[in-house]
Design a protein around this ligand. Structure first.
Ligand SMILES: [Zn+2]
Length: 65
């Protein structure tokens, strides 16, 4: 099988605070942990209302379509 080139479109995905009145951006706090299945969890915090979120991935994240 030979290499082929394919043009990808990069998209950035941000997480906006669940609090409807806030609309702040949820960003990593720098604190990470693990759950009891060794899955890494990332603590995030809203940059407006300071609400704490725990995700299995990092925001903002980058995906290709
Ligand atoms: Zn918020």
């Amino acid at each position: 099988m030979a290499e082929i080139e394919k043009t990808l479109v990069t998209i950035g995905i941000n997480y906006i605070c669940d609090n409807e009145r806030c609309k702040g951006e949820v960003l990593p706090s720098g604190i990470t942990g693990e759950n009891n299945k060794d899955i890494v969890l990332y603590q995030h915090r809203c940059n407006k209302c300071d609400k704490i979120y725990i995700f299995k991935c990092h925001y903002p994240k980058i995906e290709y379509i």
